[in-house]
Design a protein around this ligand. Structure first.
Ligand code: 1GP
Length: 230
């Protein structure tokens, strides 16, 4: 059986850069799955599925539609526990460490256990860190938490390290979907220097230039969503 985390970790060790395309089930037209998959970059390595608020059953429908048309790993990136579906390959088991809302630090995780305890989904503990992307994003709105300012580099680094010390296997720096500006190269590079687990960066990355900057600064995986919507 494939181990999706081991693959991400191996790619990180080998310096192979990864690209995940994020699909929000609420904005996805499953009848257009094929044309959607044709327009994403050829070097895409993963599909993430999730959104801040998703209608019941839409996640499962979306995962099934994608899996019918591609062999790329489909990884859940859920906004809440209702979005967990068995048909995906793996789950980013997120804890919003930048915030101080117990609902997104531990409560949602406890609520998800009934679904997960007999599941074959690969569970990947992930430290999710929200950083100010220039405007209020959905994560901020839904979680009722504040992002960390881009100027508070030490605070971001320490939050990421706290995540690693807690045993998280991935650090995800999030500027928010549709952010005005992505996570700065300085933050990416300082976090990367401090941690020894793979680093994911997303939010507000649209151009090839922005991708290159994030990779060069130390992102192991970039997540892009908005750019490929519609
Ligand atoms: C959001 O990091 C992702 O969770 C992707 O953001 O939609 O801005 O590409 P964008």
């Amino acid at each position: 059986m494939r181990n999706f985390y081991a693959e991400i970790s191996q790619a990180t060790t080998n310096g192979k850069k990864l690209l995940a395309i994020l699909i929000d089930p609420d904005k996805f037209d499953k009848t257009k799955t094929e044309s959607y998959l044709r327009k994403i970059p050829k070097y895409t390595t993963h599909i993430f599925v999730g959104g801040s608020t998703v209608e019941n059953f839409k996640t499962e429908e979306t995962v099934d539609a994608i899996k019918a048309k591609t062999d790329l790993p489909v990884i859940l990136f859920p906004g809440d526990y209702s979005q967990i579906t068995e048909t995906a390959d793996a789950l980013l088991f997120l804890s919003l460490l930048s915030g101080r809302n117990p609902e997104y630090l531990i409560e949602q995780q406890v609520k998800s256990v009934e679904k997960l305890k007999h599941s074959k989904l690969e569970i990947i503990p992930t430290a999710y860190i929200l950083i100010d992307g220039g405007k209020e994003c959905a994560v901020q709105r839904v979680s009722g938490t504040k992002p960390i300012s881009q100027s508070e580099v030490i605070s971001v680094v320490n939050t990421a390290l706290a995540g690693q010390f807690l045993g998280k296997k991935l650090i995800y720096l999030e500027a928010g979907s549709g952010a005005d500006f992505p996570v700065s190269e300085e933050i990416i590079s300082e976090v990367k220097k401090a941690i020894n687990i793979p680093l994911i960066v997303g939010g507000g990355i649209r151009s090839l230039e922005q991708q290159k900057k994030a990779y060069n600064a130390g992102a192991d995986m970039i997540v892009m969503g908005t750019q490929f919507e519609n």
